[in-house]
Design a protein around this ligand. Structure first.
Ligand code: ZN
Length: 82
């Protein structure tokens, strides 16, 4: 999707939005960090793909990093292969 080609149907009718759900959907940690998503939409087969941004949304101060905050949060559990 990122390259502009749909991996499901092969179409190049792929659109990108930096606010696909108008702020209604974000990845959250239990520390209150919010990581916005961008969305890719294929107009040919209507597949949607979301990509989480690496830095948290902030009004003030420094953004937090997705890579460090998610492992620290209890509402996200790493899936361990048996
Ligand atoms: Zn498609």
């Amino acid at each position: 999707m990122k390259t502009g080609k749909c991996p499901h149907c092969g179409s190049d009718e792929v659109y990108l939005s930096d606010d696909p759900l108008q702020g209604l959907f974000a990845i959250k940690t239990d520390m209150g960090d919010l990581f916005s998503v961008r969305g890719y939409l294929c107009l040919s087969c209507r597949a949607v793909q979301f990509e989480v941004l690496t830095e948290s949304a902030v009004l003030f101060g420094k953004p937090k990093q997705l890579q460090t905050e998610v492992p620290l949060s209890t509402n996200w559990q790493k899936i361990n292969k048996a």
